[in-house]
Design a protein around this ligand. Structure first.
Ligand code: NAD
Length: 546
């Protein structure tokens, strides 16, 4: 029998990160292989639009292919038009009133239910990430773990922030309350490189804060995100709260940004598109009642400094993993390594040897370290930089991918040395497996080179000199600085993630400030010294008792 008590969500307990799968265990490997087969059996997955819980097909379709074997179609998605955006915004506005008034604990409960479903299907989701985005097993597993963490973390954050707080009493008989309220309809625009974790993080934060969401995934990875949308509905999310609009950025993405009834845009992607969105969102259009809030997480040109005191045995594998993991397509990837004179020759030699032994191959094979890049455009862009490196820089290593080209979007993992920090290879985000080596005469110059790009996303230092580590903390311009370790793989709650300068605007994802971006704070001040009281209200009793 249902009682009032049954409706009260259980307290959430302390946040804990989802542990990575231990692939050294045979049963994990077997289970993951089975998940790959299970995922493949569903190809091509049909991905419709989802508006107000209704699945809608469109005449235009977008194929999502396996970047490692591009003849394999992972899914075929519908493609939303501007009119579909308008339809979704209308439905999202209608749902906002009740969802925004749902208790924070209840909203958090939906995220926890979704996290539990995702934990139970972790290998299946990771298998889709391997086949749709070309991630190696470990990277795909981490993508799903991060999505689970975001759900668990933001659920708890909302319960914390959702508590109304009484502010100081200035006068006897005055009561001041600070409360947080949802903004309205939020447009979420995602990238392909963390096709689950990033859209889930942005959308779940908006949802748990009481907003209604229209989610537009990247063209390259609509399948995995659509499976999460289904999972949220299964977890009990009311259908009007989350709408799914796969499609072209310049069509449905652009309309979402321009729509007068979308109060906030949360974007992760390239600097070019991010800055365009900031400009577009600044224009107030007919019927608009809200200055759009914009959060844009953008690119980087991340550097790792290795000084003369560094443990080279530790530094070299950290540089190689940071530069070539997921083919250099993490926004946090190391794309510049700055070597001090004393270690320059040794580290360059060791990088060359290490790069030779990188295991290139199909991401579905467990030993693969470097797979393809995401699509033909990305491959062409990386190849242009490799050619630039051949002609204008000194190649240290250019990998051999001839065995794979023709079947997938493989490009050679490459390392070049350049003489100037102003060189295009040292300034521009390539977003592929290309590492540029620079030489610095001392730590001052190393920091100067590290800070010479307009970005500030991640950075790192390998050093056993405490004063250098201290200086790096002060002077290295990076949203996330890593000392004596790899510079990728931020963990929710432990390493809140995000950059500044031209790397983005907004508070760090997976950190204590993130959710407030999706809320407005209101203060209510009440004069409690009435000239007579019509009836002894609850609030009056409370204040007199304080
Ligand atoms: P992208 O900018 O090409 O696309 C991102 C999204 O924007 C896609 O969904 C796309 O369809 C959409 N879009 C394109 N044009 C649009 C328009 N005119 N209006 C609205 N939406 C539009 O980026 P990408 O290639 O998917 O991702 C790679 C980039 O993302 C890299 O630069 C990387 O550094 C960055 N990134 C940054 C972070 C971070 O946290 N800072 C994390 C991941 C990726």
């Amino acid at each position: 029998m249902s009682t009032m008590l049954d409706a009260t969500p259980a307290p959430l307990g302390e946040f804990r990160n989802q542990p990575p799968t231990d692939f050294s265990k045979r049963e994990s490997r077997e289970s993951f292989k089975a998940a790959l087969a299970q995922a493949r059996a569903k190809f091509p997955v049909a991905v419709p639009l989802v508006i107000d819980g209704q699945r809608i097909e469109t005449a235009e379709k977008i194929d999502s292919v396996n970047p490692a074997q591009f003849t394999e179609v992972v899914g075929t998605s519908a493609s939303a038009s501007a009119a579909h955006v308008d339809q979704a915004v209308l439905a999202a506005r209608a749902a906002f009133r009740s969802w925004s008034r749902t208790e924070p604990e209840e909203r958090a409960g939906v995220l926890i239910a979704a996290a539990n479903l995702l934990k139970a299907r972790k290998h299946f989701f990771a298998a889709i990430a391997v086949l749709e985005s070309g991630k190696a097993w470990r990277e795909a597993d981490a993508d799903v773990d991060e999505a689970i963490d975001f759900l668990e973390f933001y659920a708890r954050e909302m319960v914390r922030i959702g508590q109304p707080r009484r502010l100081q009493h200035y006068l006897l008989g005055e009561r001041n309350d600070l409360t947080y309220h949802a903004l309205g309809v939020v447009g979420v625009i995602g990238p392909w490189n963390f096709p689950l974790a990033i859209p889930v993080g942005m959308a779940a934060a908006a949802i748990v804060a009481g907003n209604t969401v229209i989610l537009k995934p990247a063209e390259q990875t609509p399948v995995i995100t659509s499976l999460w949308v289904d999972l949220m509905l299964e977890a009990g999310l009311p259908p009007g709260v989350l709408h799914y609009l796969p499609g072209r950025g310049e069509v449905c993405g652009a309309r979402l940004v321009q729509h007068p009834d979308v109060n906030m845009i949360v974007f992760t992607g390239s600097r070019e598109v991010g800055l365009h969105i900031i400009r577009e969102a600044a224009t107030v259009r007919d019927g608009q009642h809200f200055v759009k809030r914009v959060v844009t997480e953008m690119g980087g040109k991340n550097a790792l400094i290795v000084d003369g005191s560094a443990d080279v045995d530790a530094a070299v594998p950290d540089v190689l993993y940071s530069a070539f993991g997921f083919s250099g397509q993490k926004c946090s990837a190391c794309s510049r390594v700055i070597l001090l004179e004393e270690v320059y020759d040794e580290v360059v030699t060791r990088l060359k040897e290490g790069a030779h032994s990188l295991k290139i191959g199909l991401p579905e094979h467990p030993a693969t370290q470097v797979g393809p890049v995401i699509d033909a455009d990305a491959a062409a862009k990386v190849r242009r930089y490799v050619e630039l490196g051949r002609s204008q820089a000194k190649p240290i290593h250019i990998g051999d991918v001839s065995k794979y080209v023709g079947e997938g979007f493989f490009v050679p993992p490459s390392i070049f040395t350049v003489d100037s920090a102003r060189h295009a290879l040292a300034q521009e985000e390539i977003f592929g497996p290309v590492l540029t080596v620079l030489r610095a005469k001392d730590f001052d110059e190393a920091l100067e080179i590290a800070n010479s790009t307009p970005y500030a996303l991640t950075g790192g230092v390998h050093s056993r000199t405490p004063s250098n580590l201290r200086r790096a903390r002060e002077e290295f311009q990076a949203g996330n600085l890593y000392l004596n370790r790899t510079i990728t793989g931020a963990i929710v709650g432990r390493q809140p993630f995000g950059g500044y300068r031209l790397s983005g605007i907004g508070s760090k994802a997976g950190g204590p400030d993130y959710l407030r971006q999706f809320l407005v704070a209101r203060v209510a001040t009440e004069n409690m010294m009435r000239n007579g009281v019509a009836s002894l209200t609850e609030s009056a009793v409370q204040t007199w008792e304080d």
